[in-house]
Design a protein around this ligand. Structure first.
Ligand code: GLN
Ligand code: ZN
Length: 753
């Protein structure tokens, strides 16, 4: 039995790629220096896999920013506006990723979207009418050769043609059918190159196959791969799926001439039944080691899956369930974490160890008698000491009325209009202000014990004071304290709540050079003490204007943490909701009149298949949010914020969260959401972001005015708020101040009209 890894994290165990790229963006290092860092990282990632005896190691899983963007460039899907900048190859790449504002022009970045059900983001390829698809890049070939020079034979990993096409956005008249031939041709040429280079396997990632597919999708898929596989030569092709099961296309996968099929047995509910339908002469790459979560693999479970699969397949390769991109690097970096915890966990490097353990166990005469196996079974039988009976009783006692806020929305809306007396188009921000070097240094010093709690607080209070003054000067209507005390909107609450454990270096890439460090839900969750009250109360004491209290909602805390696998997500979400509810009531009791409960990540864990939406997710996610705020008074205004506005399909559920105001991203996704707000008589007041904070570009007043004009075509003026599309923490002060000034100017122009 052999082992395979779909992909490895690339940012570096100490986030070397992030720091090098950011230095490059600031012109502090040269292109060559950045390329060297990247090369060293690739080599170390291949070597650690080799050292763990992995048989099929991927190449081309590296990326400076994103693999979908890499694929777009590989086949020449570079929109005109980026070509016309006349930048170097690498800088054109970064212009597509981050936008560009400089001597050569001013262009926005490509749109960015969540990668299936993860917190990773990909760049949406744009196809213009004059885009000429053809194989034009060399990255996968270069990286394959680079590995080979270092004595490592890899299987190149490329986003497959079907998934690529499904993710493209067409900006002109062209449609998928107009370019599918040339896309297939480009992939044929790739295979030819890999034949010439002597590759044994090529892996095409096709996660889109786990979604609901229609007849058109199936014929596109078959059509593409008939063409591609007809040219494959002697190289073997692995079609790699992940994040679910392939129930809608298993016959097609089985019939097409793939040599290997990668199936996810962790997230794929029906994968076991489906596997039986696949041609048993194909090599099955069985995704059994979870690429997304951080818990040790249960060898007992895995062995039972494999023994069932062995009845059908002649050759099975043990694999990860998806790319390890979604896992942190290594437990070796977690020197602060106690062994009681460590022994239950596995990060990317330890998952490699699990694959090689499993390989050894499965090749022994008597697998269940091996040391590795017995040790693992014992571990799973151990009590993790994570129960809190009081919390369990509280969630068990919840009844319908705990999820119902009274009075109803329309009544509250009237009351709030009169108590707040805000102008039309109230302006606000989403919460955080730039986390400048001094802010991060202050926190780091405090953590290292170099400054006292008092010094730490004094500094943050000064920051809050400056931030409040700045907002007053700019003329915003509803203010925020700036979130300087938070490293991250989820990790902060994880650290304050009981039941979480946190890591020092468990970074996972979120987008580009941005990483997040999700806390781990270890046990039952409860609130030991107020978490945000003192900061909000202090901030409110500095101004006559209304200060928003700022919390992260239960669904987002859960979605951006590594969840437990021993209780349901619903149970866990309700536990967190009860803890946040206590904080909401505390803020209210301390004079905070607007409370924003961010559900930034609510949309992203919506199951990939429609039939699972309600039962697996919305039926507990929406109630969890309602539980948080159902206890407040009518005159307390509840806001929520969601990153990404792709919630057209669940618009009723969003309205049902029963918040008073919702702000969300809109500027990067051409405002299509507005139509569906209108169609659905969306009653919650809305603040669709008027500019994109993911890029350092400063939006002009005109640009904002025209965004607001567009919004007003679909949203009644009484319901519209004006705000950026997300928190400002990743931005610098240089661009934040002028951007917000322009936002307020635009609001004033609109008010005068
Ligand atoms: N309140 C958070 C902030 O401003 C929201 C961040 C987010 O939506 N990702 O940072
Ligand atoms: Zn956001």
């Amino acid at each position: 039995m052999k082992t395979s890894v779909i992909g490895y994290p690339r940012i570096g165990k100490d986030r070397e790629l992030k720091f090098a790229s950011e230095k490059y963006f600031r012109n502090e290092i040269t292109e060559d220096e950045l390329l060297e860092t990247a090369k060293a990282l690739r080599l170390s990632h291949w070597r650690v896999q080799k050292a763990n005896g992995i048989d099929y190691i991927s190449s081309n899983d590296f990326s400076f920013y994103d693999n979908v963007l890499d694929t777009a460039i590989l086949i020449n899907a570079v929109p005109r506006r980026y070509r016309e900048l006349n930048l170097s190859e690498l800088d054109t790449y970064f212009a597509m990723a981050k936008g560009y504002q400089g001597e050569n022009g001013d262009v926005k970045a490509l749109a960015m979207k969540k990668w299936f059900n993860t917190n990773y983001h990909y760049m949406v390829p744009e196809i213009e009418d004059d885009t000429e698809i053809s194989l034009s890049g060399t990255k996968p070939f270069d990286e394959f050769s680079e590995a080979e020079k270092n004595g490592i034979k890899t299987k190149p990993d490329i986003i497959g043609a079907f998934t690529f096409l499904k993710l493209c956005r067409f900006t002109g008249n062209k449609k998928t059918a107009d370019i599918s031939d040339s896309v297939a041709k480009a992939y044929c040429e790739m295979l030819k190159k890999f034949n010439d280079l002597g590759a044994e396997w090529v892996q095409f990632d096709e996660p889109y196959l786990v979604r609901d597919l229609g007849d058109d999708d199936r014929s596109l898929f078959v059509d593409l791969y008939k063409k591609i596989l007809s040219q494959k030569g002697s190289v073997k092709v692995l079609i790699q799926t992940y994040f679910g099961d392939v129930r809608d296309c298993c016959d097609e996968i089985s019939t097409l001439d793939f040599d290997g099929v990668g199936i996810d047995f962790v997230e794929g509910k029906m994968s076991l039944e489906i596997a039986d339908k696949i041609d048993s002469n194909k090599v099955l790459f069985a995704g059994v080691v979870n690429g997304k979560n951080i818990w040790k693999n249960s060898y007992e479970k895995t062995l039972s899956i494999i023994s069932r699969l062995e009845k059908h397949f002649g050759e099975i390769v043990l694999s990860t369930s998806c790319s390890l991109l979604h896992s942190p690097y290594t437990l070796k970096s977690e020197t602060e974490l106690d062994e009681t915890y460590i022994k239950h966990l596995a990060f990317a490097e330890e998952k490699l160890g699990e694959l090689s353990d499993l390989k050894r166990i499965l090749s022994s005469e008597n697998p269940s008698q091996t040391e590795e196996y017995k040790e693992n079974v014992e571990l799973f039988e151990e009590d993790r000491d994570c129960d809190n009976i009081e919390v369990q009783e509280k969630t068990a006692a919840l009844s319908e009325k705990d999820f119902e806020r009274l009075p109803e929305f329309a009544v509250r809306e009237k009351i709030q209009k009169s108590v707040f007396n805000l102008p039309v188009f109230p302006t606000t921000t989403i919460g955080s202000f730039p986390q400048t070097v001094d802010v991060r240094q202050n926190r780091a010093k405090f953590r290292r014990g170099e400054i006292s709690a008092e010094e730490y607080e004094t500094f943050n209070k000064k920051k809050i004071k400056d931030c409040v003054e700045l907002q007053e000067k700019i003329g915003l209507d509803v203010l925020v304290h700036g979130e300087f005390e938070r490293n991250d909107m989820v990790e902060y609450f994880g650290e304050c709540l009981d039941g979480f454990i946190f890591t020092s270096k468990a970074w996972v890439q979120s987008y580009g050079t941005r990483c997040v460090k999700p806390p781990i839900v270890w046990g039952d969750v409860s609130r030991a003490k107020p978490m945000t009250v003192k900061w909000s109360v202090y901030a409110q004491s500095l101004t006559e204007k209304t200060m928003k209290g700022m919390l992260t909602g239960p669904v987002t805390i859960l979605n951006w943490s590594f969840p437990r696998e021993d209780i349901s997500l619903k149970e866990c979400a309700y536990q967190i909701a009860l803890a946040i509810r206590e904080e909401v009531l505390d803020l209210e009791a301390n004079g905070i009149r607007i409370i924003q409960v961010d559900e930034a990540a609510l949309r992203e864990k919506l199951p990939l298949r429609k039939s699972d939406w309600k039962s697996d997710y919305l039926d507990w996610a929406i109630p969890a949010f309602r539980l948080v705020h159902s206890g407040v008074k009518a005159e307390t205004q509840i806001h929520t914020h969601m990153c990404y506005s792709e919630f057209t399909d669940i618009i009723k559920d969003i309205d049902n969260m029963d918040a008073d105001v919702i702000t969300f991203e809109a500027s990067r996704s051409d405002l299509t959401i507005l139509d569906s707000l209108k169609e659905n008589n969306f009653r919650t007041q809305v603040g669709p972001g008027v500019y994109d904070i993911h890029s350092p570009r400063i939006p002009s007043v005109d640009e904002i005015v025209s965004a607001v004009e567009k919004m007003l075509k679909k949203i009644p003026k009484e319901k519209l708020w004006i705000n950026p599309d997300c928190g400002l923490k990743t931005r610098g002060n240089e661009e934040t101040l002028p951007s917000l000034e322009n936002l307020v100017k635009a609001a004033n122009i609109m008010r005068q009209r």
